[in-house]
Write a protein that binds this ligand. Structure first.
Ligand code: DNO
Length: 358
C-alpha cells in the first residue's frame, strides 16, 4: 500500500507540500482543482502545473479526490450526457499526468454531513461530531449556514457555495427520483465512463455515503455490504471500484469493517482507503476521535490486519483528524493529527508484517 495525504492545493490549504513531505512514510498527495465548477473539464495545462508543483516537492500525484459528479447525472436528466462527456475528458487529462485513481461520490446534493465541526474534547483538542436528532430536525439550508459559520473561512469539500446556492431547489428535484431510478442513474454513468477508464488506465473509486443512511429524504445508497456488492455488479470491470472509508461505513454499526475490507479488497475492488476512527455516543451519534483504537470505537488493528491479509496495494490516507496543539484550519484536515494517524497505521502495518514473517 501507498500512504498519501489529502492536500487541497495552494491557496486552498494552509498546509504546505514541504510539511507533508516530512511525514515519515508518505508517498504522495491526494488533491484536486478546487476552483473548477462541477461539470467543467479540468484543463490539461492546469493539471500539468499542479503535477510539477507536487513532484518538485518530492511527492507523487496519483490520486484525485474528488472529480465531482454533476447533479444532472445523479438526477438522470437528458443534459447528463454533456456532463458525462466532460467527465471523460477530465479523466483523459488526468491520465495524461499519471493519475491512477479518481475518488468521487454519488451522494445527492450534499456530500458528508456533520452537526458540529469543532466539538471541544476533554484533552483540549476539538473535532467534528454528528448528532442524528439535530440533523433530522434541521432545515438543510440552516445546516449549510451552520457549517459555513464553523468552517474557519474555508470552502469545505462537499459544501461548496455553488452546490449550496440552489440547495432547496435541487433537493426538490429529487422528490420524484425513486431509489431504483437512482441505481439506474448510477449504472448509466458507470456504463458510459468505465470503458474510458479502462482505456486511460484510471481506476474509479466511489466514496461511500457519509453518514450511511438517507438524509433530508434524499437517496443515499452506497452504504452497506449488500449495496456495495450491487454497485460493483452494475459494472463488473475492475476499474469500477470503491474508496473504502472506515469512518463513513463504520458509522452504521451493522457494517463489519474488517469483513468488508477482506471481501472487497480481497477481490481487488478497493482502489483507495480512508482510514479513521470514531467514538459512538449512542447508536447513531458519534464524534471523530484520534486514530488509536483505544480512543474510539473501532479496532484499528483488525482494520489494518484485514487490509494486510487482503494484500492491499492501493492507496491509503488517514482521514479527518482532530485539531490539536493549537492548530486552526480546515475542519478535519489539519496537519498534526492526520500525520500522527499515518505513523500509527504504518506502525501497525510494520508490526503485522514482521510478526507474519517470523
Ligand atoms: C470527507 C471526504 C469526502 C470525500 C468525497 C469524495 O471529508 O471523505 O468529502 O472526499 O465524498 O467524493
Amino acid at each position: 500500500m501507498k500512504i498519501v495525504f489529502r492536500w487541497f492545493g495552494a491557496g486552498f490549504d494552509k498546509i504546505t507540500l514541504e510539511h507533508i513531505r516530512q511525514i515519515p512514510g508518505i508517498s504522495g498527495v491526494v488533491t484536486s482543482l478546487m476552483d473548477i465548477p462541477v461539470g467543467e473539464v479540468w484543463p490539461l495545462e492546469r493539471l500539468k502545473a499542479l503535477q510539477k508543483q507536487v513532484e518538485d516537492a518530492g511527492l507523487a500525484l496519483e490520486v484525485i479526490e474528488s472529480v465531482n459528479i454533476h447533479e444532472d447525472i445523479k438526477l438522470g436528466v437528458p443534459t447528463r450526457d454533456r456532463y458525462i462527456e466532460a467527465y471523460i475528458q477530465t479523466m483523459k487529462h488526468l491520465s495524461q499526468i499519471g493519475v491512477k485513481v479518481i475518488c468521487y461520490n454519488f451522494m445527492p446534493v450534499l456530500d458528508w454531513v456533520r452537526s458540529e465541526l469543532a466539538r471541544p474534547l476533554p484533552d483540549g483538542s476539538n473535532t467534528m461530531a454528528y448528532n442524528h436528532d439535530y440533523v433530522m430536525k434541521i432545515d438543510p439550508q440552516m445546516l449549510s449556514k451552520a457549517v459555513g459559520e464553523q468552517s474557519n473561512g474555508y470552502e469545505l469539500p462537499g459544501w461548496e457555495p455553488d452546490r449550496l446556492k440552489e440547495m432547496a431547489a435541487t433537493i426538490a428535484k429529487y422528490q420524484t427520483v425513486t431509489e431504483e431510478q437512482y441505481w439506474q442513474n448510477i449504472k448509466y454513468f458507470l456504463d458510459a465512463v468505465i470503458p474510458w477508464a479502462e482505456k486511460y488506465d484510471v481506476k474509479l473509486a466511489i466514496h461511500p455515503d457519509d453518514p450511511p443512511w438517507p438524509i433530508f429524504g434524499l437517496p443515499r445508497v452506497i452504504n452497506s455490504r449488500d449495496n456495495i456488492r450491487r454497485f460493483l455488479e452494475l459494472n463488473n470491470s475492475p476499474y469500477n471500484g470503491i474508496t473504502l472509508c472506515t469512518g463513513s461505513l463504520g458509522s452504521d454499526r451493522a457494517n463489519d469493517l474488517p469483513s468488508l475490507i477482506r471481501e472487497f479488497a480481497g477481490e481487488g475492488r478497493v482502489h483507495f482507503a480512508h482510514v479513521r476512527n470514531l467514538k459512538f455516543e449512542s447508536d447513531k451519534d458519534f464524534f471523530e476521535s484520534a486514530h488509536l483504537s483505544s480512543c474510539g470505537s473501532f479496532d484499528m488493528f483488525a482494520i489494518v490486519k484485514a487490509f494486510y491479509d487482503a494484500k492491499f496495494c492501493g492507496y491509503i490516507r488517514t482521514d479527518h483528524g482532530r485539531m490539536i496543539w493549537g492548530e486552526t484550519g480546515r475542519p478535519g484536515y489539519g496537519l498534526y493529527d492526520r500525520a500522527l494517524g499515518i505513523t500509527y497505521i504504518l506502525g501497525l502495518w510494520e508490526a503485522i508484517d514482521k510478526i507474519e514473517s517470523y
